[in-house]
Design a protein around this ligand. Sequence first.
Ligand code: AMP
Length: 421
Amino acid sequence: MPPIARPRGTNDLLPPDSALRAWVLDTHRQVAEAHGYELIDTPVFEATELYERGTGAGTDVVEKEMFSFTDRGGRGLTLRPEGTPGLLRAVLAAHLDQERRPVRVHFAGPMFRYARPQAGRYHEFWQVDIEAIGERSPALDAEVIEVAWRFYEALRVTGLSLQVNTLGDLDDRLRYRSALVAYYTPLQDRLCADCRRRLGVNPLRLLDCKRDAGLVAGAPEIGPSLSLESRSFFAQVTGFLDAAGIPFRLNPRLVRGLDYYAHTTFELWHESLQGAQNAVGGGGRYDGLAEVLGFPPTPGTGYALGVERTLAVCREQGLGPEPTRDRVVVLSIAEADRRAAAAVARALRGAGIAAVLDISDRRLDRRLSVAARQGARAAVMVGEEEAARGTATWKDLDTGRQQTAEVAEVAVALRRLLAGQ
Ligand code: AMP
């Protein structure tokens, strides 16, 4: 019988690589919390309607990529393809925005999209996310972008390009829509089948088309369709970014074709990622989303960053956590000493020291060199004599210095050693 394989488009997270992801997630949490964002978590599956309305029926995600199913009670459910609709639902259903505005939340978790698997595109992938809900302020849009920027700075990632644009408000977009329809209608015969269909439904989405890139290049930009107010809003966002020393590129082609997106939109691109998958993440303002989900109108802004693509960039650039040597290995000299060794390890853990029990039968010198290679700072040896007297012998694996003492004293000495004193 062939062994059962991992499903297509999924990844196993294995040590030692798992430490890299833990470091990326920890770093994101620290940076987000330093800006006042608090942890939030929501279900991995939600009512399908949440995404049909919240992600938008006209998007590729909803049209082609959802993992949807019917539960035993006949309810339509979907594995979450993105975080924002569920996070906004959770915050507004709990009325958090009535206590304080904005509500600042951060999140990390798996997402599911049924797109053709390839490098940087999986069926299951992780995102880290922040949302600032309840205020319509350009300062908050800039803050959200800054948190993303500071996150990659904290990882020491270089070579990122921040692309920003504005979509204006609903009236601006209606004007822009007309300009796009006027441009594309005479070119209809040259459009791909998808774009011809979208022209009637959602002309902004034509700008996302990779096949009709030549036509996209000649399409009108949103600038002339923007009201004075929208221009001023965007000028404030970019002004805040300048003041924060965050370099950005204005990219008038960066659009989201749904009515509830408004004003600021941005993406972070990385040069080492290939082609269409070169975005590590993106976000923007979604002032109309709450109403679409059936809640009172509530503005919001946020981002989602792809964890696998961020990990790929970290690997490419040789980035990762500082190697830690914050544990000890406890080994028994002979099989008869194993119980005593386990008791010593337990006592050390009780004193706050991470202690790994070595239960192999190999030669002591081999076991000591394996312990050093696996990142132990010291080895604690328990033989017949130590077992009888309630002592242990500990060895500094860097200097080779060795000492026998009562277990409580060994714990004190090891704590000092691990603290670097
Ligand atoms: P989006 O919600 O589509 O704007 O995606 C935000 C980020 O999530 C992207 O920039 C990617 O880094 C990541 N991402 C989106 N879809 C996938 C996928 N299928 N596989 C891996 N990462 C993804």
